[in-house]
Design a protein around this ligand. Structure first.
Ligand SMILES: Cc1cc2nc3c(=O)[nH]c(=O)nc-3n(C[C@H](O)[C@H](O)[C@H](O)COP(=O)(O)O)c2cc1C
Length: 189
């Protein structure tokens, strides 16, 4: 089951924008992050939730999408995320956030996959712009944005070929292909 969920949990970048994700669902997803591992059990992460179109429109302009799809500027109006979870580090609790936010992000996205939703971790953020748009206090470091919604694209896993190229691509039918390295190439013996 965990394998199925992980296979389903691809990075989706186009959504049925009109299918809303309720705030209560976002709270349930953050609950999964709350229960996840944290270095030294410091639990320094905080979250901003957004599920309404006004707030979503303040977040969207500060995100960069799919760097390898050079001709694609990101999802168009109508295909944008219906919700976001912004992961923050509270510097009054800790000065370093290690892998905590990656673990939290994965818990949230696996939970979303289980609910038939999908999303994408966005680390390429115009942080100052986002801070100003949402009036995020200086005590919070912006770490990661999770875009969420009902996926409107197919994503297929491929094998990294002999060239070693790991760049994902989109084919003429709009299917997104993601090359993964072989298991034999990951395990060092
Ligand atoms: C820490 C992190 C940051 C990422 N940042 C971005 C980003 O800024 N923009 C984006 O479009 N995708 C981003 N991604 C998604 C990756 O491109 C994606 O995970 C990768 O292409 C593999 O696809 P998969 O998630 O479907 O396995 C990020 C992923 C991770 C783990």
């Amino acid at each position: 089951m965990i394998r199925d969920l992980i296979l389903e949990n691809r990075s989706y970048r186009r959504f049925y924008q009109e299918v809303s994700v309720k705030l209560e669902i976002l709270r349930e997803l953050v609950e999964l992050a709350r229960l996840s591992a944290s270095a030294g059990n410091m639990q320094p992460l905080k979250y901003i939730l957004s599920s309404d179109s006004r707030k979503n429109s303040l977040i969207f302009p500060h995100l960069a999408w799919a760097r390898y799809l050079k001709d694609w500027p990101g999802p168009c109006e109508g295909e944008r995320p219906a919700a976001y979870i912004i992961i923050l580090g509270d510097t009054e609790i800790s000065q370093s956030f290690g892998c905590d936010y990656g673990i939290a992000a994965q818990s949230i996205l696996l939970g979303a996959a289980e609910k038939g939703l999908g999303g994408c971790m966005i680390g390429s953020i115009h942080k100052q712009g986002l801070r100003e748009a949402l009036e995020i206090a200086p005590r919070y470091e912006i770490l990661l944005v999770l875009a969420l919604g009902k996926p409107k694209e197919a994503v297929v896993i491929e094998t990294v070929g002999a060239s070693g190229d790991i760049k994902y691509w989109r084919d003429s039918r709009g299917v997104h292909h993601v090359p993964k390295r072989l298991l034999a190439d990951l395990i060092i013996d």
